[in-house]
Write a protein that binds this ligand. Structure first.
Ligand SMILES: Cc1cc2nc3c(=O)[nH]c(=O)nc-3n(C[C@H](O)[C@H](O)[C@H](O)COP(=O)(O)OP(=O)(O)OC[C@H]3O[C@@H](n4cnc5c(N)ncnc54)[C@H](O)[C@@H]3O)c2cc1C
Length: 453
């Protein structure tokens, strides 16, 4: 950290008494420990915000002192965008979730994670559309997209956001919805944290007392047959049915294939709808169960380790076809460590029916999002980073049918060209709105936006 930034960060502590922690403090350590361990990024200060007013003060003070800023929500961005070499606006103290009186919407504070929402909705048999795991921040997930097991029935998380309260780069607090600041609301649904700090959102709430789901484990040697049969089942599946595929190593290092189907339709149909997924090959473990939506999102928790070095690449595929399955198999046969994994997320049904121009999110057709993930403990071995990077990149490049662009939340910091392709026909409007609301690019630590249409 430069001496100038160091001095400015200490000054921030005087500007915002009681809100700022510096390196060496416990509060600083907690806020800067994020899912993907960062190397070489050293925030000079963390501003622990509890209200929209705190966020407003933090933005104004950091800008006056010329400090770069980043926003820390749930801390689950793979590229560590929550941290920067300047001031981190920490929203961990803003996690309140409250149901409306009619139970049709929920107000969700900017730092709340899916687990905070589930704690309120699950006991009532209700659900807010989230991703596949409970630890991810709802704002970070929603602003970039939000693929999850309810996507076929209810759409992306961002399709379920009804309004947002946001602190802009100039420190103003504004509301954004279809009536007020409608252009900003449009951009927030897909453009990530590029427009300001979202301090609260209102999301649609759905009646969902239970789902049927389960993690079905098959041997890697049967990958082709299992995935082809799974794909055939999904070809005629109703929108209430979604499936995730994961290829990863078990604790002993052997690669396994996980099939995770979810039925969110009428409970009495769930067992019959999902049983065929338990007969795709030689089932090694797992079964289908009736569970709450919260229990479904908690299912992945034991598999999610924090604080590892992480390299990720990703792409959008039109479908899980024979060629894609070949690439999955080749990638896992050539995995460079037990931390290599492939995870898919479906996009279909309600999400595909939204018009492309209705929100900033650029790809509104059925597709499969493929996450190519490599995690390893540390960089003590200098070759670890480049060989994992090579594995993820070369795997992506093997998918001959990949669609242009990729899921904005999974793009790397410098992937501006892919970002432009991701937003497609929405890129130009998104850039104009960015220039209007954040002309100095104060929120540049967010996911990459196109620079030219
Ligand atoms: C284990 C794991 C599982 C995942 N599963 C899914 C999944 O199933 N579906 C899916 O779509 N994605 C998934 N993701 C990706 C995830 O949605 C994004 O990485 C998301 O940005 C994480 O949000 P966060 O608040 O936890 O992250 P953070 O690292 O805290 O934030 C990342 C960035 O998001 C922006 N941001 C966060 N909160 C705010 C806010 N309140 N206001 C303004 N900007 C904000 C900021 O630019 C911030 O730097 C997963 C990621 C991980 C690590």
């Amino acid at each position: 950290m430069s001496a100038t930034i160091d001095a400015a960060c200490r000054g921030l502590g005087e500007d915002l008494p009681g809100l700022v922690s510096l390196p060496g403090d416990n509060r600083y350590a907690a806020a800067t420990s994020i899912w993907a361990k960062q190397v070489g990024v050293a925030p000079g200060a963390v501003v622990h915000c509890r209200t929209a007013g705190d966020v407003q003060d933090a933005i104004r003070a950091a800008r006056e002192r010329g400090l770069p800023m980043s926003v820390r929500g749930g801390g689950h961005d793979w590229a560590g965008r929550a941290l920067c070499d300047g001031a981190v606006i920490d929203l961990c103290g803003m996690r309140r979730v409250a149901l409306s009186a009619d139970r049709r919407s929920a107000s969700i504070a900017g730092g709340a994670g899916a687990a905070d929402v589930i704690a309120v909705t699950d006991p009532q048999g209700l659900a807010v559309v989230a991703g596949s795991v409970s630890s991810v921040g709802i704002a970070g997930l929603t602003l970039g997209g939000g693929y999850g097991p309810l996507i076929g029935r209810f759409g992306l998380a961002l399709d379920n956001m009804l309004a947002a309260e946001i602190v802009l780069a100039d420190g103003r607090i504004v509301q954004a919805d279809n009536e007020s600041n409608a252009d900003l609301f449009w951009a927030l649904r897909g453009g990530g944290g590029n427009f300001g700090v979202v301090t609260a959102m209102r999301h649609r709430v759905h009646e969902l007392p239970s789902v049927h789901s389960g993690m079905l484990v098959y041997p890697f040697s049967e990958t082709r047959a299992v995935l082809e049969r799974c794909s055939a089942l999904m070809a005629s599946a109703p929108e209430e049915l979604t499936v995730q595929h994961t290829l990863m190593a078990d604790p002993g290092g052997a690669v396994m294939v996980l099939i995770i189907p979810t039925w969110s339709g009428r409970p009495e149909e769930g067992e019959a709808r999902l049983q065929p997924f338990a007969r795709l090959g030689t089932l090694l473990a797992g079964g289908i169960e009736l569970k709450s939506y919260g229990a479904l999102l908690g299912m992945f928790d034991p598999y999610i380790a924090s604080g590892l070095q992480t390299v990720m690449d990703s792409c959008w595929l039109p479908a899980l076809d024979r060629d894609a399955i070949d690439v999955f198999i080749h990638a896992m046969e050539n995995a460079v460590s037990p931390g290599c994994a492939i995870i898919t997320h479906e996009f279909r049904g309600a999400a595909s029916r939204v018009a492309e121009a209705a929100t900033a999110f650029g790809l509104r057709r059925d597709h499969l999002l493929v996450e190519i993930l490599a995690s390893f403990p540390d960089r003590s071995n200098a070759s670890d980073w480049p060989r994992h990077l090579h594995w993820t990149r070369s795997t992506r490049e093997r998918f001959a049918s990949a669609l242009p662009g990729g899921y904005p939340n999974f793009l790397g910091k410098d992937e501006l060209d892919r970002a432009r392709q991701s937003y497609g026909g929405n890129a130009k409007r998104l850039m104009e709105i960015k220039r209007r609301y954040d002309p100095d690019d104060v929120f540049r630590s967010a996911i990459p936006l196109p620079r030219s249409a």
